[in-house]
Ligand binder design. Structure first.
Ligand SMILES: [Zn+2]
Ligand SMILES: [Zn+2]
Length: 223
């Protein structure tokens, strides 16, 4: 089993306790849509592990409220209400009811809201939020670190292209050549590397960087 299948099994198991029996088929259909999407699977696992209102419930739809630099503000919609979640490769944080908007000032800033009032206005004035598209179908999202087209990859993302040699930055040897060292040892080396990278000009994500497959080993050519 791959990691997605393992996570799907975990979520199905949680669902068997949380979802009303006559809704199980629909809840599983939604899960299936996101079978290759780590962000949505993490959200669903969090929802079914810690049901927000602590009673049986199920997610019928996931909406994209906003996304920026690999961070997603998503709404898990149930039959009666919507719950907000902040999701990234780093984890999932519950943010309360969609109808209330997020309370975290930094989070509102990060996503470009002047405040909760603006959030709530937008939520009620728009036709509604879009459905969150599963990652494997969205070309404008880096399949590994989840930044959007034009944004810089998270440092360490295997899809990032090296600005010196054009290879895969986490595997080529340019870092050592640039730093003039044989081994990366300290936080300081990493900071210095980041400065050199920025000075050279990092290459932001674009859809042509999508690998035909993501390999963990060296020697994968991305073009
Ligand atoms: Zn990336
Ligand atoms: Zn290189």
């Amino acid at each position: 089993m791959n990691e997605f299948e393992i996570q799907m099994r975990t979520i199905r198991n949680l669902m068997s306790y949380a979802v009303p029996e006559n809704r199980l088929a629909e809840a599983e259909d939604l899960l299936d849509i996101y079978r290759h999407d780590r962000i949505a699977l993490d959200l669903l696992q969090e929802f079914y592990s810690f049901l927000p209102d602590a009673h049986n419930d199920w997610v019928r739809e996931i909406l994209l409220v906003r996304r920026r630099r690999g961070m997603f503000l998503l709404a898990a919609m149930t039959e009666t209400t919507g719950y907000l979640y902040l999701v990234s490769g780093e984890g999932v944080e519950f943010q309360g009811l969609l109808a209330d908007g997020p309370w975290d000032r930094d989070l509102l800033d990060f996503f470009g809201y002047s405040g909760r009032e603006q959030f709530m206005e937008e939520g009620s004035s728009l036709d509604g939020y879009q459905v969150y598209e599963p990652m494997d179908s969205d070309q404008d999202i880096c399949p590994s670190c989840h930044v959007a087209t034009g944004e810089l990859h998270e440092l360490g993302c295997p899809v990032e292209v090296c600005p010196w040699c054009g290879g895969q930055f986490i595997y080529c040897s340019c870092r050592y050549d640039q730093l003039g060292i044989d081994v990366m040892e300290s936080e300081e080396d990493l900071l210095r590397l980041e400065q050199l990278l920025n000075a050279q000009g990092r290459i932001p994500y674009s859809p042509e960087q999508r690998p035909t497959f993501l390999d963990d080993g060296p020697g994968v050519i991305i073009d």
